[in-house]
Design a protein around this ligand. Structure first.
Ligand SMILES: Nc1ncnc2c1ncn2[C@@H]1O[C@H](COP(=O)(O)OP(=O)(O)OP(=O)(O)O)[C@@H](O)[C@H]1O
Length: 629
């Protein structure tokens, strides 16, 4: 009940329709109880008196009552269909919005399948509950109470026999509820796990095919599907048991009533019409009683679905201390002092779910990227480079220490403002199923929405397929900016060659493009808004040498006007930087120019030359041949 009561804020706007629908359903059900009374009058009156006119009239009245019952049930459906579809849509929209705002650490923990199943199956279950069990639990209880009162008024001793199983049935239902809710929760979680496997297999179909893993993948799927099947069978068994009790026990008592009733007629205590009315009312109560089994089961499923839905909704992102504060105006005095640029001060970071006794991923990072400077971040794989870059746009937040943009602590700025100032391109270039233009212009953020201070997402981030907002660039300049960004990403040629140019849809995750093409669009997206700060996580890794050289040449133009932190694995990318920071096991161990570090750091020499040798590109990257930036 507690779980289901939480639906009230969504149900409130449609409460009058829902209430009307319940009243209409009660009226419709009462029609079924009126019929036996008419029947009694018919049998004891016109039928006993052999009056054909009376029988015809009685028949017509019965027909009329039946038609009214059908119309009322139809009206009930009409009343609830649209409002409840709206409730489902509102809940889904709220869930989507909430999930979009939750921090990256939440998404690291939650599988996509669990989120998908909550946004689809669980919400459908809730709509079904509001449309059906909620109404009929009320309607059937009312019908049973009215029916019981009618039976008691017709013949109290027989009525007590019919109603005798009510108490034992309530006990059985309570026990059932306890077991069924456990199985229902397990089934819904297993559906979430299964959805994750299906989603992963579809997204990773190339890898599965490439490695011939379809059999093992199918086996993994089958195992999960069988587990779900077992849980569903358990649910069916529990429901079957309940239904067997609910169906058979009243039936036995019905049999007893018929025998006792016939004896009563024989002794002249009641009329045939009274017994007929009695039995017909008792039979009319059969469905309300029998339906309690599956109504309870559906309510249980709905309570589980509500729990799962609110589990996500109750997850709070970290509070945004900067939310609501006015962001300092760009170019304010602080930005011109010694604090200008991007500065890390004693930054320590540990992933939220990391065991407490493990060392932090970043341990006391002190680094200053001066305004207009490009700093390359070089380090062995897994040393924490990506993690460090993710802290700048506040995808994660430092465990301790601080990061400043032009002297302002990013924790005092609203997230939307941080992300307006900082643009990113990741090694894995994610595109959305939208056009090239929409994907690239995503990087042009709109001004933060009023009343949206705590959002984890920039206000201008569009949903996949929607038209992005581009607030900081005037509409007239948008075309030119798109052209410029595509030119820097060396993407103009291939975009022009696409069937509809920049208006071409790139398909789900941009899979219709090559890895290098996706990377170039992601780079264009990062530079499109002329960001003040640019964070690039090895953004050229998928490009061939010639394209990489062309992109680098164009990128120099952008980098000269921005403060940039660039994760570099290759000497050629290092060439873009003014200085290089060497990272080892979560610490910055050296900072200097490429030449200085080559001369002073054995680890740096190893990374620059060793990488080249294993990659077989020693001619390009041998330390002697890599020109100092
Ligand atoms: N979401 C996460 N949760 C927990 N630990 C993580 C998470 N992401 C990364 N790590 C751990 O943090 C460490 C640093 O990872 P990170 O991706 O920052 O390294 P990197 O230097 O960028 O590596 P690469 O050069 O291979 O991209 C690794 O040990 C990794 O296992």
């Amino acid at each position: 009940m507690r779980s289901l009561l939480r639906l009230w804020p969504y149900v409130r706007p449609v409460r009058s329709r829902l209430f009307t629908a319940v009243v209409v359903a009660v009226l419709a059900s009462s029609m079924a109880l009126v019929m036996p009374i008419i029947l009694r009058e018919l049998v004891d009156g016109p039928v006993a008196d052999r009056d054909p006119g009376g029988v015809l009239l009685g028949g017509l009245i019965l027909l009329f009552v039946g038609v009214v019952e059908a119309l009322l049930f139809g009206l009930r459906r009409w009343l609830v269909a649209r409002p409840l579809a709206q409730v489902e849509a509102d809940m889904r929209a709220d869930l989507y919005r909430h999930v979009q705002r939750l921090p990256v650490s939440f998404h690291d923990r939650w599988s996509s399948g669990q989120l998908l199943s909550r946004a689809t199956g669980d919400l459908q279950q809730l709509r079904l509950f509001l449309a059906f069990p909620l109404t009929f639990l009320v309607v059937n209880t009312t019908t049973i109470v009215i029916g019981a009162a009618l039976l008691l008024s017709l013949h109290p001793p027989l009525a007590l026999v019919v109603l005798a199983p009510v108490l034992p049935l309530i006990v059985v239902c309570t026990v059932f509820e306890r077991y069924y809710s456990v199985a229902a929760r397990r089934a819904r979680d297993q559906i979430g796990d299964l959805t994750t496997v299906v989603e992963e297999s579809i997204l990773g179909i190339r890898i599965i095919k490439g490695f011939g893993r379809h059999r093992s993948q199918a086996a993994a799927f089958r195992e999960l599907a069988e587990r779900l099947r077992d849980t569903e069978v358990r649910k069916a068994r529990l429901l079957g048991l309940l239904m067997a009790v609910i169906f058979s026990v009243p039936e036995l008592f019905m049999g007893a009533v018929v025998v006792l009733g016939v004896l009563q007629i024989a002794s002249g205590a009641i009329t045939v019409g009274t017994l007929l009315a009695f039995v017909t009312i008792a039979l009319a109560l059969r469905w309300p009683v029998e339906s309690f089994g599956f109504l309870l089961a559906m309510s249980n499923e709905a309570a589980t679905a509500a729990d799962r839905y609110f589990e996500v909704r109750d997850t709070r992102g970290p509070v945004d201390p900067g939310a609501g504060t006015a962001a300092p105006v760009d170019g304010a005095p602080a930005s011109r002092g010694r604090d200008a640029g991007l500065r890390f001060e004693k930054v320590v970071f540990r992933y939220p779910d990391a065991p407490a006794d493990t060392p932090p991923v970043l341990d006391g990072i002190d680094l200053h990227v001066r305004p207009g400077e490009t700093m390359a971040l070089v380090g062995a794989t897994g040393c924490g480079k990506t993690t460090l870059t993710a802290l700048v746009p506040r995808l994660h937040e430092p465990t301790s220490g601080r990061i400043t943009l032009d002297g302002t602590d990013i924790m005092t700025l609203p997230r939307t403002e941080v992300r307006r100032r900082v643009a990113m391109a990741f090694e894995e270039p994610t595109l959305f199923s939208a056009t090239v233009r929409e994907n690239v212009l995503m990087g042009a953020h709109a001004a933060p929405e009023a009343g949206d201070p705590g959002s984890d997402e920039p206000a201008g981030t569009p949903a996949a397929g929607s038209i992005p907002a581009a607030g900081s660039i005037p509409a007239a300049g948008l075309e030119a900016e798109l052209e410029r960004a595509l030119r820097i990403g060396q993407a103009r040629d291939f975009v022009t060659a696409l069937p509809r140019g920049a208006e071409t849809e790139v398909g789900e995750q941009g899979m219709s493009l090559s890895g290098g093409q996706r990377q170039r669009l992601a780079l264009a997206r990062a530079v499109v808004g002329r960001p003040r700060f640019l964070v690039l996580d090895d953004p050229l890794s998928a490009l061939d040498v010639h394209t990489e050289a062309r992109v680098e040449a164009a990128l120099r133009e952008v980098l000269s006007g921005t403060t940039a932190l660039v994760v570099a694995h290759r000497p050629s990318t290092v060439q873009l930087a003014d200085r290089v920071a060497l990272m080892e096991e979560g610490r910055i161990t050296a900072v200097g120019t490429h030449t200085e570090l080559l001369a002073s750091s054995a680890e740096y020499r190893r990374l620059m030359t060793g990488r080249a040798e294993t990659a077989g590109t020693s001619a390009r990257s041998d330390s002697e041949e890599v020109p100092a930036p």
